[in-house]
Design a protein around this ligand. Sequence first.
Ligand code: ADP
Ligand code: MG
Ligand code: ZN
Length: 573
Amino acid sequence: MFDVPPPADFSPTLDEARTLLERVWGHADFRGLQASVIQEVLAGRDVLAVLPTGGGKSVCYQVPAILRPGVGLVVSPLIALMTDQVEALKQQGVAAARLDSGLTMDERSAVWRAARSGELDLLYVSPEGLASGAMLERLAELPISLIAIDEAHCVSQWGHDFRPDYRTLGRLAEIFPRVPRIAVTATADARTRDDILASLKLGEARVFVDSFARPNLQLTAERKVNGSRARTDARVVELVRERRGRSGVVYCGSRDGCERVADALRDAGTNAIAYHAGFDARERDRRLERFLAEDGAVMVATIAFGMGVDKPDVRFVIHADPPGSLEAYWQEIGRAGRDGEPAEGVTLYGPSDIAWSLRRLDGRPMAEEVKQVQTRKVRQLFAMLDGATCRPQAVRRYFGEQDAQPCGVCDVCGDPPATFDALVPAQKALAAVQRLGERFGRTRVIDHLMGRTKDVQPWEAGLSTWGVGADLSLIGWRDVIDHLMFEGLLVEDPNEGKPLIRLGDPQAVRAVYRGEREVRVKEPPTRAVALDKPRRNAGRNLAVEGLDADVRARFEALRAWRRDRAVEQRVPP
Ligand code: ADP
Ligand code: MG
Ligand code: ZN
């Protein structure tokens, strides 16, 4: 219709973008930082947008790609992600296509033809594809309107999903110097952000970071009663049964675990679907479709499941095994409640889990510096899980939101655990581990501290740490030692099934010996409070007092929701 090309300085307005959002997606308005991000991209400038999972990052590049003349190039890490988005866009009447290894030669030619003729609005490509010079050459001939890099944290070794192919995406800056580029991710820590900017050569980009608050999520972390699989599986079954009829995700650390938990859930009458990378792509798709379509379906999955899955009414995410970092934690629990309605995240964790996470890092080929950062991330995650700080507040502070307030609804806010000053017991425990030559497991160390080792030998009874811990109970010592492991002051060495305890980070250990580092341990041991059990602090919530009225109102609403649900659960099966 218009033969005359738009003037060079043509940039569509935000109003036009809003109209498009309404027509194509049916959303009444932009939310959060979307409008600011889109305005920037429409004006042809580079952007890094860090928005929470479910925050609507896709439209931040899809809308400008459609409005700006030319084809928008989208780099996306997973074929499944690309396929989903492309199919959804096509159904909404947007000309979108993808170029990935799954296409036949004919299909590829057709896509290139459409791209060259200017018919396409959006073209999705994989980072592997872009790493090939041939594809870049062909792309350089197209009228590119913008370049979007989705899940941009994959470029960073500090992120939790590093993809070497993302490293090469910095070249796009040189090949397309005049094309605006937008990187989007939900990973927020400052270091990853800086790495994304540097690696993608986004030096001039404006950075938008949205708040990571997820006010509709009610979070709980629960120490595993003991490390046994059977006990953990039984607890997961119990947690899911309490949420009968709701759709949820259960994350497991291994494929075996996944199958086992899914079986246990099915035996208990839940519509559980196992999902992991051991199934081929077609089978995974089939399982995903079932999860999306069937009422009350529970996906029991490894981390192979999730990135980009858009099911708005997931009501709970349960970690049968803890995630690998706080970023991963936030992303995974963020898959619950994307519709904004109340939802829950329950994370089970134990001392053997931290040992497992650290061991897994050891087995990976990576630079020493990277390993150190990843190790610290594992520790930070467990310190949060076993800590006594409001969960979202702890995570948001970690993400740099220093002014984050207590959420008012997590397990810690709902029932602040009493803690005790465990500096002296910690010093005793560390000294005992050291004197014993780091050769024993937890039980033996505790027996030594309490002076109750069976058949104690003179060498041991002669140590200055023998029996110094008689003032604390067995359970108390278990808690202290587990907590020292969560804090990285002690580490468990698996020692082929006969775990030993060794001293952890020497600097931290020294700080405890000198009394420069606080050690606080929860008392009694963490165990989620049963929903209908009266709360110790019922009626008087310390974490909520002094909060803004609207925060308090939300808290009350969530409490009411929990109460209703507790009533629902009391209906006999
Ligand atoms: P993510 O940031 O995790 O990539 P998505 O782009 O997948 O999130 O969007 C999550 C969901 O939010 C989608 O269903 C999307 O249609 C919806 N959404 C995005 N923007 C808006 C908006 N302005 N209003 C309402 N819903 C929106
Ligand atoms: Mg996304
Ligand atoms: Zn809280």
